[in-house]
Design a protein around this ligand. Structure first.
Ligand code: PBG
Length: 340
């Protein structure tokens, strides 16, 4: 290391403001740090398959598996032991049909997992994702009807099925249900039904601004939920629309959402910031499967430092305004935090 002496190279700008003073040492940087990511901010997604299946790692998501109920409960216990406050459950049923009826089966994988987690892992919040795409044989997030030669997901009928699914998860003991389908009016209707059935303490986390995104690719492998035809653009949002996201968020708050969500996170940091400004309920951001897969793939090739990029990504989501982050990195982040 060659250092230059003062006499060797003379310089001296006349400047009283030098931002670098606050970056000189690790202690000073720590003192002036504006944002932090804590394990308390993280929610771990878990995939639960029917008992007839094997545990299987998702090829495009290293470290993430399809779990049977027992394995999911063990994973949840490990997450809780590391200080992660909540898990988000997705189910893959034994059989799929046109209406996604497996989603309100009291013996479905998610219902079983909720019951076991509530019994065996006290101190862990259990959030159940509400959507039909993993349960329908066509892979769309609702029931289909043809109108004027166009086959599309019908809104109001789908909402009634989402209500059944939500009540079934509430009955099993979920702390929150999280509708990710993007039908109009489902937050209000689910809230009303939960209250009417005696589940007024079960919360609703609304996927409010969920965009039709290419970043969901790996998830569809994990949840076996890719649509068999067409795409989700008639219900999920157009990536071009920021103002419409505000409208969706305000509607969900009005309908009784306890928290609102923006998804995906990284290409939508501006939407997270807008959500934070207008929302008086917590804002959740979903750091989705494709965002995770890109980090893992590049890190495996040695192209980036995976841990450092993970930290930077989670920090950017916090800085944008998220109160909570759903992320497949949760276990890795918590393990590293618990070590240091
Ligand atoms: C729909 C749902 C999706 C995700 C969460 N809930 C996928 C989709 O809309 O196709 C994606 C999550 C991820 O990519 O990590 N039930």
């Amino acid at each position: 290391m060659t250092v230059i002496s003062k006499s060797e190279l003379r310089a001296g700008l006349t400047m009283s403001r030098r931002p670098r003073r606050l970056r000189r040492t690790a202690e000073v940087r720590r003192m002036v740090r504006e944002n932090t990511v804590s394990v308390d901010d993280l929610i771990l997604p878990l995939f639960v398959v029917d008992e007839s299946r094997e545990r299987r790692e998702i090829g495009s998501m290293p470290g993430v598996s399809q779990n049977r109920v027992r394995e999911a409960v063990e994973e949840a216990a490990a997450a809780s032991a590391l200080g992660i406050p909540a898990v988000l459950l997705f189910g893959i049923p034994a059989k799929k049909d046109a209406t996604g009826s497996g989603s309100w089966d009291p013996e479905g994988p998610v219902q079983q997992a909720i019951r076991s987690m509530k019994a065996e892992v006290p101190g862990l919040a259990v959030i159940a994702d509400v959507c039909l795409c993993e349960y329908t044989d066509h892979g769309h997030c609702g029931v289909l009807r043809e109108e004027g030669g166009v086959v599309d997901v019908v809104n109001d009928e789908t909402v009634e099925l989402l209500v059944r699914q939500s009540l079934s998860y509430a009955e099993a003991g979920a702390d929150f249900v999280a509708p990710s389908d993007m039908m109009d009016g489902r937050i209000g209707r689910i809230r009303e039904a939960l209250d009417a059935e005696g589940f007024s303490s079960v919360g609703v986390i609304a996927y409010s601004a969920k965009f039709a995104s290419g970043f969901y690719g790996p998830f569809r492998e994990a949840a076996e939920s890719a649509p068999k035809f067409g795409d989700r653009r008639s219900y999920q949002m157009d990536p071009a629309n920021g103002r419409e996201a505000i409208r969706e968020i305000l509607l969900d708050i009005e309908e009784g959402a306890d928290m609102v969500m923006v998804k995906p996170a990284l290409s939508y940091l501006d939407v997270i910031r807008d959500a934070k400004e207008i929302s008086d309920v917590p804002v959740v951001a979903y750091n989705v499967s494709g965002e995770y897969a890109m980090v893992k793939a590049a890190a495996a090739r040695g192209w980036i430092d995976g841990e450092r990029v993970m930290d930077e990504i989670l920090m950017s989501i916090k800085r944008a305004g998220a109160d909570l982050i759903i992320t497949y990195h949760a276990m890795e982040f918590a393990r590293l935090r618990n070590q240091s």
